[in-house]
Design a protein around this ligand. Structure first.
Ligand code: MGD
Ligand code: MGD
Ligand code: MO
Length: 782
């Protein structure tokens, strides 16, 4: 492995930190899976459940959106998928008794881990402000209360309909239909905080917002470049794919600010030989550690180096660039190369934190591979310049014709298991006119065309009182969004907050004047309806749509499915309106095949939907860019030209910088799923029993006059006079570029200013926050 050393060299060691030296996966993963499986208090039932994960007759793993090859012989869950399944399939319940015992005020003082660990929500509940307790309410009264509040609104745009990416296609389709019939496009969703920049950048360059590769392309790729992603924790099944690439000897080139164990070595728990011999496979052949936000500069540097190689090649009458592809399929090349030429190496090296020889090495690896896949995730998408950075990655691919050919392409690795499908179904605050008119045609109404709110605008609207009702289809809006105090106040400012959820979380405690909890079935639960047990469908990162059916009996007959809840809500809301004639909601609840028939009529690519999902592995939605069809204004792939930013920070942070400023990225530990905290360990980073840690370069600890392990306060810098601070975080010396620090989300969300968002995407800049740290005690005195 080239560049920098592979293991920790710090001598620092405490009860909560011991550097990890083993491979990712392997026995550690197996042991952890077993522990979580026992902790679910449902061990025997859950063995059966786990074996049904991602199988033809089972459910789609709620863990992540990585795809699967269609081979039924294999166990198809990973350690973190198993945690997700065990967490959902617990036997513990949060019943009306629990809420009678604990006030909302008391619950608000408890940790995220405590809240979710209490078990599954089993009964609809309504908040009583007089007692500060949730009390049971019947389903019918809950729907009537919500419907009455909605029908009293002055405008349909006073409603915010949030979606988390676990919702199935069927639930998402009904949800957007309900919202648009009601009259709004206010559909904030988790994607706004996640891969929004990918969707925007891809659409504006290649005319589709989705990745262009299929899982089989990894078998043919001659090199894979992985940018800003930690698959060992967040997409463990991707490691199996990368392991195969590595075994073939194709380079895997990682760009990550941290040395993530899962990108270094992997022991496949499904390989008896590796397990018994304690062997492992190297994942990355080359590992580059840019500074936070330095990837655009790094890729710019690679292109600059490629341009030099191209000039040399031309002298030999050869070429590095794929001129035939560029001429036939792209526009903007000349302007772009001029901007690349004009970008000085000094800026590239300064901003990327990589040396010119390192970048030239990466460029050579790229140039030597006939077919290249670039993957990326949150390390790329949660910055101010994410869209420009992704344009740069697409440009890199385009220069050698790595788009629209097998074994090559762009692969944004999605997060939530159906976040991509939800977008396909119309969960979008600004959908295309084609979609809206088709929806209106099929259902006989005029869909609203005014753009609605994404997450940040939804928070602003609730804060100012312009929006009055919040409904959450899953997720944990209060904890996942930035500027926690502002978001909590915004939710509390609502007339009504409704959470359709499986488990108790922070959002249930951020109550509006009225608040309702509607307990729903999860992926693993059998969904019994009039026509029998139902299947739903999801779409993975590779645009494969497939069916998912629960395998365990629900814990309570009070829980309802998401489609059934949305249908009942729509029925109650439109009861006294002519709109009640437009959709037979109860028929849709009886048989989800009927929902799919409607999806088929509205959304291109779903022809024969019900028949196609009967095929094992599902069906491929297709990708225009993969077929060299560019659905852009010019009909070509656009090579975008951006100048390298002078600072990776927004102006309101950049103007506040001092010698003591550090740039913070907020990321996931190995024991969490977004705001769901399964445990307090982060095995591959050596952390045990603690989440309030901040990873920092040893040189910065010394420069700033701190000691290893010292407790500090973290304050973010933003020119608006507000103090955003969190306390009691311990300094852990770590291999991270000087000037950069890292800490876990969601604890760090109070630091992210609401207005600190990415250009074009409005995604919170959760990976680049300007902060200063102070000793905890002195910070308290101030
Ligand atoms: N077990 C588990 N699985 C999950 C999730 C989970 O929480 N737990 N979440 C799901 C969701 S919704 C998503 S979106 C995905 C998230 O998957 P990831 O994107 O892998 O998640 P993060 O933990 O945010 O990790 C970001 C990675 O980018 C690196 N990084 C940060 N800033 C930079 C930078 O500027 N440049 C570079 N090159 N690297 C950088 C960090 O060091 C880290 O390795 O995972 C999904 N899968
Ligand atoms: N600082 C910082 N903030 C971030 C990020 C970051 O990296 N840093 N990452 C962002 C990203 S990538 C994302 S995707 C968002 C995640 O934002 P969300 O999707 O809103 O959050 P989750 O934590 O995934 O939601 C967990 C809750 O979903 C509910 N739930 C689980 N399964 C189901 C189900 O099947 N149905 C229903 N109805 N409910 C269910 C449970 O009640 C659980 O408490 O957070 C974002 N926020
Ligand atoms: Mo995400």
């Amino acid at each position: 492995m080239s560049t920098q050393k592979a293991t920790q060299t710090h001598s620092f060691k405490t009860a909560y930190f011991t550097p990890y030296t083993g491979p990712a996966g392997g026995w550690g993963a197996l042991q952890s899976t077993t522990q979580h499986w026992l902790k679910s208090e449902n061990a025997v039932r859950n063995i059966h459940t786990l074996l049904k994960t991602n199988q033809a007759q089972g459910f789609d793993c709620p863990g992540c959106a990585w795809g699967e090859k269609h081979d039924n012989s294999k166990i198809r869950f990973c350690e973190n998928g198993a945690k997700a399944v065990n967490w959902e399939a617990t036997s513990k319940t949060v019943s009306p008794d629990f809420f009678a015992q604990h006030s909302v005020g008391w619950l608000s003082t408890q940790s995220d881990y405590y809240l979710e660990y209490q078990g599954r929500l089993t009964h609809p509940m309504q908040y009583n402000a007089k007692t500060d307790h949730y009390e049971p309410i019947s389903w019918e009264d809950a729907f009537t209360t919500i419907a009455n509040t909605l029908n009293r609104l002055d405008s349909p745009n006073e409603l915010e309909l949030y979606t988390s990416g676990r919702a199935s296609n069927e639930a998402a389709f009904l949800y957007q239909l309900f919202g648009r019939l009601f009259g709004t496009n206010n559909f904030p969703d988790c994607s706004n905080m996640c891969h929004e920049a990918s969707g925007y950048a891809l659409t504006s360059s290649i005319g589709t917002g989705k990745g262009t590769v299929e899982i089989d392309d990894f078998e043919q790729a001659d090199a894979v470049f992985v940018f800003g992603q930690n698959p060992g924790t967040n997409h463990p099944r991707m490691l199996e794919t990368l392991r195969e690439v590595s075994k073939r000897g194709a380079p895997i080139v990682s760009f990550n600010t941290l040395r993530e164990r899962g990108l270094e070595r992997f022991q496949n728990p499904q390989s008896p030989v590796q397990m018994l011999t304690n062997g492992s496979t190297p994942i990355s052949s080359h590992y580059f550690c840019p500074k936070i936000g330095g990837d655009m500069a790094a890729v710019r540097g690679m292109v600059k180096a490629l341009l030099a190689l191209e000039h040399e090649a031309q002298e030999r009458s050869e070429a590095v660039f794929d001129h035939a592809f560029l001429t036939a399929h792209t526009i903007g090349l000349e302007d772009y190369l001029a901007i690349v030429n004009a970008t000085p190496w000094t800026s590239i090296v300064e901003q990327s934190g990589l040396s010119q020889p390192e970048i030239e090495h990466a460029a050579t690896l790229y140039a030597q591979a006939p077919r290249v896949i670039c993957t990326w995730a949150m390390g790329i998408t949660q910055h101010k310049h994410s869209v420009a950075t992704i344009h740069e990655i697409i440009n890199l691919l385009a220069l050698r014709g790595n788009l629209g050919k097998p074994g090559a392409g762009a692969c944004p690795v999605r997060g939530h298991s159906n976040v991509q499908g939800d977008r396909t179904m119309g969960i979008n605050e600004n959908p295309s006119t084609a979609f809206l008119s088709r929806l209106g045609e099929v259902f006989g109404f005029e869909a609203p065309t005014q753009a609605g709110h994404a997450v940040i605008d939804a928070i602003r609207a609730m804060r100012s009182g312009r929006s009055k009702v919040f409904i959450g289809l899953g997720g944990n809006f209060a904890a996942a969004t930035p500027d926690t105090q502002v978001t909590l106040a915004a939710l509390q400012n609502c007339e009504l907050t409704v959470q359709i959820s499986t488990k108790l979380n922070r959002s249930h405690l951020a109550v509006g004047k009225n608040a309702i909890i509607l307990p729903c079935l999860g992926r693993t639960d059998i969904d019994h309806q009039a026509s029998g047990p139902q299947q739903v469908t999801v779409e993975d990162s590779f645009s494969m749509v497939h069916a998912s059916g629960g395998v365990i009996e629900p814990l309570s007959d009070q829980m309802r499915s998401e489609p059934a809840i949305i249908a009942a809500l729509a029925t109650a809301t439109f009861a006294n309106s002519p709109k009640s004639q437009l959709v037979n909601w109860s028929a849709l609840t009886e048989d989800y095949g009927r929902i799919r028939d409607l999806i088929e009529q509205v959304i291109p690519g779903f022809e024969g939907f019900n028949e196609k999902i009967a095929q094992p592995g599902g069906f491929y939605l297709g990708n225009s860019a993969r077929d060299l069809v560019w659905k852009t204004q010019t009909g070509k792939a656009v090579i975008h030209s951006h100048t390298l930013p002078t600072s990776i920070l927004p102006d309101k942070a950049a103007s506040q910088l001092t010698e003591r400023t550090l740039i913070l990225q907020t990321l996931r530990s190995h024991d969490q799923y977004n705001t769901t905290i399964y445990g307090m360990n982060d095995r591959y980073r050596g952390i045990k029993g603690e989440r309030k840690v901040i990873f920092i370069n040893e040189a910065d600890i010394q420069r700033l006059g701190f000691a290893d392990g010292q407790s500090v306060s973290i304050r973010s810098l933003w020119d608006d006079g507000e103090t955003r601070q969190i306390d009691g975080f311990k300094l852990v010396p770590y291999d991270i570029p000087a000037g950069n620090v890292a800490a876990y989300y969601p604890e760090t969300n109070p630091l992210v200013p609401l207005d600190s968002v990415g250009d074009f995407s409005a995604t919170p800049t959760s990976k680049s926050i300007a902060v200063e740290i102070q000793a905890y005690e002195s910070a308290r005195i101030i």
